[in-house]
Design a protein around this ligand. Structure first.
Ligand code: XMP
Length: 511
């Protein structure tokens, strides 16, 4: 490992990892309590302290291991990390008179080291803080300041810096230059690239003996993982796809054709539509829906594995398309203690009694990195640019209770949206899009008659990896065409909303 990002709970911690990897360096998130000796064992060569929601001046707030500070390791503190480097030396951090959120102008006083190569004297940066450094450690040099903050960037030693703003956020001008300047001052090598990643994964898969059972969803992650495993163990890989009945139009047929092209020898389709629908009958609560789906999925999967074992012999491994954000919890509650873990993904929480070892070839990668690996495996570009689809499927896109009629409405609306975005080439701008059914009826007029019918909401977002998202510009003409088609072609729908909320604060899915 090269760079450790100690995660103090910022919503941008994953983004720091993304940026550093984007610069070609190997980077991972680690908990804030990580010690110097743990970093040594992992051969970490540089550390970045992330932002976080706590107040650094309050006793008991999160701290970085002092041995890390006493070491020679290059360090970059960002936001809370900036305040920690100050307060854990002999500096002072206090609540500022005014909080600073959003864009701020910062004057650069020193264009060596961190701001090297930046030609302008002043840059716009992304701020998100209410506390600030009131007095920096005596030996620190001030590199930059803003109108409300004299100590916006500090240099502690030739390889140790901190900034109050967020260089990882795209709104910060020259943010990547700043991160790159820091990285160039470390001893890290640039070896994080698709070719090296592919070789590492391939090597890590060698030497397995026995059959591999793999749950596949038709999504990019599990398909790329299956393709990787299939390269080495084509005769031992047994893929199981469960049709939950909560899929988009034509999904199961599509999955069959993709796996066919990949020359995956054993694909088993389990038809479980009725079981899922009966268990979900009358259930409104989003978390309960997710739990029922997760549990039912596991039951079916275990049953199926038993059947397959009788036919093909024991399974030694369970393959999964888990990716990095599925595993790494990255946010803290307000007290900075417990971590919030997303309740979604993959096989939805495996029971302890499964007698398999896990094979998760993509577990260190983000979605866009998975797509790069997919390209190396010669998977279709169109398939790889496929948008993600949540494990619980259309169940989280029908707010309230689920039934066959509602599923049909959502499927039709989703299909129309897909066709329209493809027709007007907006599909390339959309990282993900979908139609969902709202649990409200509204009044309309169809023909000359009053109608009182269902509402559809459409969401079209751009993103890099689903952790933050922006809405795309939907031209009025296209928006109207989509809504007209949905209202005209689907019985029982008379209104279409467009979701204009970014993530954060909203999530991508509605439930
Ligand atoms: P949220 O709604 O958390 O979604 O902003 C982020 C990304 O994850 C997808 N998603 C899921 N994927 N199982 C999955 O495999 C799930 O339960 C699940 N829930 C959300 C979502 O579509 C988006 O791409």
């Amino acid at each position: 490992m090269c760079v450790a990002i100690l995660d103090f709970g910022s919503q941008y911690s994953h983004l720091i990892v993304r940026r550093i990897r984007g610069l070609g360096y190997n980077a991972f998130l680690l908990p804030p309590s990580t010690t110097y000796s743990q970093l040594r064992k992992l051969s970490v060569k540089a550390v970045i302290l992330s932002g976080g929601p706590q107040d650094a001046y309050i006793q008991g707030s999160l701290r970085v291991d002092h041995k890390i500070l006493d070491s020679e390791l290059p360090l970059l503190g960002i936001c809370y990390g900036h305040q920690l480097l100050t307060i854990q030396s002999d500096g002072l951090v206090e609540r500022g008179e005014k909080a600073e959120y959003g864009i701020a102008d910062v004057k650069i006083n020193n264009k060596n080291s961190l701001f090297r190569g930046i030609k302008t004297d002043s840059i716009q940066v992304w701020m998100s803080h209410s506390d600030k450094v009131q007095s920096p450690p005596k030996t620190a040099k001030v590199l930059a300041s803003s109108a409300t903050d004299m100590y916006t960037a500090l240099e502690f030693t030739p390889t140790r810096f901190s900034v109050q703003f967020h260089p990882e956020v795209s709104h910060t001008e020259f943010g990547l230059n700043i991160l790159s300047n820091f990285m160039e001052l470390t001893k890290c090598e640039k070896n994080w690239n698709p070719s090296q990643i592919y070789t590492d994964i391939h090597n890590s898969l060698l030497g397995k003996e026995g059959n591999i059972l793999m749950a596949v969803s038709g999504g990019v992650d599990s398909t790329v993982a299956a393709a990787l495993i299939n390269e080495i163990y084509p005769d031992n890989l047994y893929c199981v796809y469960v049709d939950t009945g909560l899929m988009r139009d034509g999904e199961t047929e599509y999955v069959k054709s993709v796996f066919n092209k990949l020359h995956i020898n054993h694909l088993f389709i389990v038809e479980a539509q009725d079981l899922f629908l009966s268990r979900l009958k009358g259930v409104k609560d989003p978390e309960q829906k997710r739990k029922i789906i997760g549990q039912t999925f596991i039951e079916i999967f275990v049953d199926e594995s038993k059947k397959l074992e009788k036919q093909f012999g024991n399974f030694s491994y369970l393959g999964q398309g888990t990716i990095y954000p599925d595993r790494v919890e990255s946010s803290f509650d307000k007290d900075g203690n417990s971590k919030v873990i997303k309740s979604h993904h993959n096989v939805g929480g495996l029971p302890d009694y499964l007698p398999f070892d896990l094979i998760e070839p993509l577990k260190e990668l983000y979605k866009d990195e998975v797509r790069e690996i997919g390209k190396r495996l010669k998977l279709d570009e169109e398939f790889l640019s496929r948008q993600p689809f949540p494990g619980p499927g259309l169940a989280v896109r029908i707010l309230g209770t689920i039934d066959e009629e509602k599923l049909n409405i959502v499927r039709k609306a989703d299909k129309i949206l897909h066709e329209e975005l493809k027709r007007n080439n907006l599909i390339e701008k959309a990282w993900q899009f979908y139609a969902a059914l709202l649990p409200i009826k509204t009044v309309g007029v169809k023909g000359d008659a009053r109608s009182y019918e269902n509402s559809i909401v459409i969401r079209i977002i751009d993103s890099i990896d689903g952790m933050t998202a922006d809405i795309i510009d939907l031209p009025k003409k296209e928006a109207v065409r989509i809504s007209s088609r949905i209202v005209n072609e689907i019985d029982g729908v008379n209104r279409v909303f467009y979701d204009i909320t970014q993530k954060p604060p909203a999530t991508i899915e509605l439930e």
